[in-house]
Design a protein around this ligand. Structure first.
Ligand code: NDP
Length: 332
């Protein structure tokens, strides 16, 4: 069994030396446990937060322990009444090629519903984040203008398409021409801006949002948000989903003053997807239906091979992914 451990707490942008690779014997499941083989593992921006020793909504990772996170695997040995050999499961045991885990920590995946990898993306945590953040906090209404930062990522592209389904005009902000072209040509966004090549993000936003911004679905924070907030309309809503542009900063930059929030009576609300755990079933059902009918498209950026797990994670902060970033550890 190969594992990636957190060797030390990253300072700023994580580097390979922050992680350690180890190999151990595969252990045997006890009663009520199963042995799972990893097929796909997830790398996610929130993991950066857990690598620091800071108080948050989940405890920090411990040093010399496996980096925890979402995994899709196959049961290869079962001592549980709940799972049989061959079952596909969703777990949270993180960056390792096998794991013995309790039956209580696994959820069965239906391989007939959609490809099993989607349990880590559009039909999993990122999809639910987009769904509840946009619908519960954003409260989109037909004809409204929705701006999405981090728009070509797992959460962003899902949130944007849901806003389209709800009849909104949708504008994405992302970090390459390939991404902006994808959003407009493949996903039907009404506009998209490459914030890296834009000479003035503010001017470009004004061009594509002539009626201002009613919902700003924020995945990135920082300077991009500084350029969006001045365009807010009266009673705009801002689901504060992520702040990836700040995750690798060593110092807290403190809150920025946003007079526009005040004068528009806008609402900015932070949330963690688990706030909506009671409604997950309903959310997943709707997302699965939209995927099935083709209203909601998804894209995965799959890196082959467990040995590239850390690269895949680091790539999130360099914008290497379009859609959900996954590592394929094994295909069966
Ligand atoms: P993504 O698939 O969006 O991957 C990260 C993307 O962020 C990159 O591809 C890159 O795209 C962009 N990015 C990286 N660094 C910066 C930067 N400095 N400034 C602007 N953009 C940057 O990840 P997810 O969809 O999984 O997550 C998106 C956001 O949602 C994250 O902030 C995450 O923490 C948050 N999140 C929140 C949850 C919640 O419960 N509240 C749950 C899940 C995710 P580009 O090329 O455009 O720069």
């Amino acid at each position: 069994n190969q594992k990636v451990l957190l060797a030390r707490r990253p300072r700023g942008m994580p580097v390979h030396e922050d992680f350690r690779w180890v190999e151990e014997e595969i252990s045997q499941p006890a009663f009520g446990e199963v042995l799972v083989k990893t097929l796909y593992l997830s790398v996610d921006p929130y993991m950066r937060g857990r690598m620091s020793d800071r108080k948050s909504y989940v405890p920090p990772y411990q040093l010399d322990e496996v980096v925890q996170g979402g995994v899709v695997g196959k049961v290869i040995q079962s001592r549980s009444k709940e799972f049989q050999e061959g079952d596909f499961v969703l777990g949270n045991y993180g960056w390792q090629t096998y794991a013995v885990t309790s039956e209580d920590e696994l959820t069965r995946i239906d391989p007939d519903l959609a490809p099993i990898s989607t349990a880590l993306g559009v039909l999993g945590m990122p999809g639910l984040t987009a769904y509840f953040g946009l619908l519960e906090i954003g409260q989109p209404k037909p004809g409204e203008t929705v701006v999405i930062s981090g728009a070509a990522g797992a959460v962003g592209m899902t949130a944007g398409q849901i806003a389209k389904i709800k009849g909104c005009r949708v504008v994405g902000i992302a970090g390459s021409d390939q991404k902006t072209a994808y959003l407009v040509n493949e996903l039907g966004f009404d506009g998209a801006i490459n914030y890296k090549s834009s000479k003035s993000l503010r001017n470009d936003l004004e061009q594509v949002c002539p009626n201002g911004v009613d919902i700003y679905y924020d995945n990135v924070g920082g300077e991009i948000s500084d350029q969006v907030l001045p365009l807010l309309n009266h009673q705009a809503r801002i689901p504060l989903c992520g702040q990836i542009s700040l995750y690798n900063l060593e110092k807290d930059i403190g809150p920025r003053i946003q007079p526009r929030l005040l004068i528009t009576s806008a609402m900015m609300k932070g949330f963690i997807v688990s706030d909506y755990v009671d409604k997950f079933d309903q959310g997943l059902k709707q997302l699965a239906e939209w995927v099935k009918t083709g209203w909601l498209k998804y894209r995965e950026n799959v890196i082959e091979g467990f040995e590239h797990t850390v690269d895949a994670f680091l790539g999130l902060f360099k914008g290497e992914n379009i859609g959900k970033q996954l590592v394929r550890v094994s295909d069966r």
